[in-house]
Design a protein around this ligand. Structure first.
Ligand code: UDP
Ligand code: MG
Length: 311
């Protein structure tokens, strides 16, 4: 495929309860694209919103046939919504951007220019700073990404979902059969020529972040278990260490027993049972996480279900 001035660029926007700002966001992005002479289409994905988001998408699609809208049958989460967007997009390149415009749309022409003029397949926005996130959130995000880097060698520090992907990258990602997806991880895993563009995270204009502690925790577990088996190896290490300790303590106990000055056993036994019991349970939990993943993958259910489609 030859990249040219007329190459079609798909803008993918996932939206969950964004009725208050989705129309404004689309118009803002559209104006930027028009001013820069970019041949565009929009793929708007309503992730089962409970407010009037779909109503707004309908209006947007009515007004402009280049705005494609799909509605998922329920809230599948941002990762699934992005997959739906990638599947629906026709562009030679796709740009993924949050519908709350916390990702600056002014950078899209720059993304497109880099993609068109240079030999680059993925242009990724990286957070120059994490905006007005809470200190504790920043800290835990950093900690998590550092652990992920250590165990998976996938560097997601400051990574965002604001990206331009070439058609061949999109096709490569579509080849990935997993049902539980993590967009950032997938797009990092496929490789290709990449270029990073730093941006400042904006404050949200309306509404509030859709992430809850629970959904963030789930995302963390998904990304860790999808890209690493390190926790399973950790179990082997733990077991080995405990075995070595138990050999030493065992010999000591036997020696003491035969020398006739066996120590008071009761507290030691209780402590050992509690300690080894809890380690075993934690390890079972780790194994359970992977089992859970296998269980979900093997059911082979679709990543999302589309209930309505416009244009
Ligand atoms: N989003 C979605 N489904 C969800 C949660 C969020 O499609 O279940 C969309 C949301 O509409 C927004 C983007 O994902 O366009 C980022 O969400 P949000 O702004 O809540 O996250 P944050 O900016 O705090 O990371
Ligand atoms: Mg946001």
């Amino acid at each position: 495929m030859v990249k040219s001035k007329d190459s079609l660029v798909s803008i993918i926007m996932p939206a969950y309860n964004e009725g208050a700002l989705i129309t404004g966001s689309v118009e803002t992005v559209k104006k930027i694209l028009k001013d820069n002479g970019i041949n565009y289409e929009f793929v708007l994905v309503d992730d089962g919103s409970k407010d009037d988001t779909w109503h707004h998408l309908k209006e947007l699609s009515d007004r402009d046939e280049r705005v494609h809208s799909v509605r998922l049958s329920r809230n599948f989460g941002k990762e699934a919504a992005l997959c739906a967007g990638l599947d629906e997009a026709n562009g030679d390149a796709v740009v993924v951007i949050d519908s709350d415009l916390q990702h600056p749309p002014e950078l899209i022409p720059e993304f497109v220019r880099i993609w068109r003029d240079e030999d680059v397949d993925v242009v990724e926005g990286v957070k120059a700073d994490r905006g007005h996130e809470k200190g504790s959130y920043k800290l835990s995000a950093n900690l998590f990404y550092n652990i992920l880097l250590k165990v998976t060698h996938i560097d997601l520090r400051n990574a965002s979902d604001f990206k331009l992907l070439d058609r061949k990258v999109v096709e490569a990602m579509k080849e990935m059969p997993e049902k539980i997806t993590f967009f950032r991880g997938m797009s990092a895993w496929v490789g290709y020529e990449r270029r990073q563009v730093p941006f400042e995270v904006r404050d949200r204009a309306e509404g509030k972040s859709k992430w809850t502690l629970k959904s963030l925790f789930n995302l963390a577990v998904t990304s860790l278990t999808s890209y690493s088996s390190a926790p399973l190896k950790l179990i082997i290490w733990l077991g080995t260490i405990m075995f070595m300790v138990s050999v030493v303590v065992g010999i000591q106990t036997l020696v003491k027993y035969f020398m006739g000055n066996s120590m008071e056993g009761f507290p030691t036994v209780i402590l050992l049972i509690l300690f080894s019991g809890s380690i075993i349970m934690i390890c079972l939990g780790f194994i359970g996480l992977y089992l859970d993943r296998i269980y979900h993958e093997i059911k082979g259910r679709p990543r999302y279900i589309i209930s309505k489609r416009l244009n």
